[in-house]
Write a protein that binds this ligand. Structure first.
Ligand code: FO1
Ligand code: CA
Length: 308
């Protein structure tokens, strides 16, 4: 099994490319649940839904999240009733949330529900939340401690960040399938996702770092930082807040004790020698995924680096 540590949009796009060149049932995505929250009484799992709906081909491609062609009737009525509307949930998207919440209330685990939803949508890639326990990511800001989505969506990344608190609701257990998958993987790939708030929460799950360190499988990452900027989202201020340099070298340094290789973008070719000095094999190629050919090429590069 090729195991991919995944956040949201960047990971989902990479997984699309990977699933086009490798048998999809031989891929498992371990997905960040640090962005999960309860809103309108519903369990929202942004990264699980982004990965699932992207692989199912029903994602809103322009946004990278939400369901293509969705309508907003329910949200408009929630607004009339005075409910918060800063987190946009379309009508079809709400159906996913109602289903997930009802199953969780009925006693199913988040792992079970994630598996049911991906099967129902025809996704062959295994999709596993990092934990079945609540593991919210909080951001410490000049406006107080905020849930990641409050910082990211409601406050549009405006507050200054002082730090990040992972698993803010208390200790979590790894999802049942997680550690066996890592231990028995043929390759482990860290997707081009935010190292602090997407991959960080997965690596902080007890046993994950140990399982990755002790596996004989190759472990590689793809830098989500290109030319000192994030491909998407607030990775730069978040990395700076936790003392990482917001460059491809900074990403390699952050993962140095875990990875054997890293894919970096051509614009960062000059960083390759410094990465090699860390004992990490750099592979320099174009990493911006505009369409399917680029996604497949990046997946091919990652596999070449891992299995070389
Ligand atoms: N991102 C936004 O910027 N605004 C939204 O209103 C929003 C709603 C939303 C609903 C469901 C979902 O699965 C994702 C949603 N996202 C929204 C995206 C998302 O939460 C972030 O892009 C990721 O968490 C960052 O990786
Ligand atoms: Ca996310």
């Amino acid at each position: 099994m090729i195991v991919v540590l995944s956040g949201g949009v960047g990971a989902a796009r990479f997984l699309e490319g990977l699933a086009a060149i490798v048998a999809p049932d031989q891929i498992a995505a371990i997905v960040n649940t640090g962005d999960d929250m309860v809103m309108h009484g519903l369990h929202i799992s942004p990264d699980l839904d982004i990965v699932t709906c992207t692989l199912a081909g029903v994602i809103d491609r322009a946004q990278g999240w939400g369901i293509a062609g969705d309508t907003t009737e329910c949200m408009q009525w929630l607004g009339r009733l005075g409910a918060p509307t800063w987190f946009k949930l379309g009508d079809r998207d709400l159906a996913l949330h109602i289903y997930r919440t009802a199953r969780l209330r009925g006693g199913a685990s988040l792992s079970q529900v994630a598996d049911e939803i991906r099967r129902a949508l025809g996704v062959q890639v295994q999709i596993i939340p990092m934990s079945d326990d609540p593991a919210p990511t909080h951001v410490i800001t000049d406006q107080g401690e905020l849930h990641f989505e409050e910082y990211f969506v409601r406050e549009r990344c405006q507050p200054a960040i002082y730090g990040v608190r992972l698993h803010a609701a208390g200790p979590v257990q790894p999802a049942p399938a997680l550690l066996p998958l890592l231990t028995n993987a043929t390759a482990i790939i860290i997707a081009p996702s935010n190292p602090v708030v997407s991959v960080g929460p997965i690596l902080a799950v007890p046993g994950v770092r140990e399982a990755i360190s002790s596996t004989t499988a190759p472990v590689i990452a793809i830098s989500p930082i290109v030319g000192g900027a994030a491909i998407k989202g607030p990775a730069v201020p978040l990395m700076q807040a936790v003392g990482m340099k917001p460059t491809a070298l900074g990403v390699a340094t952050a993962y140095a004790d875990l990875i054997d290789g890293i894919v970096i973008d051509s614009v960062d070719a000059a960083l390759a020698p410094a990465i090699a000095q860390l004992g990490i094999r750099p592979l320099v190629t174009d990493t911006i995924m505009r369409g399917m050919p680029e996604k497949m090429a990046l997946a091919r590069a990652a596999l070449d680096l891992a299995l070389a």
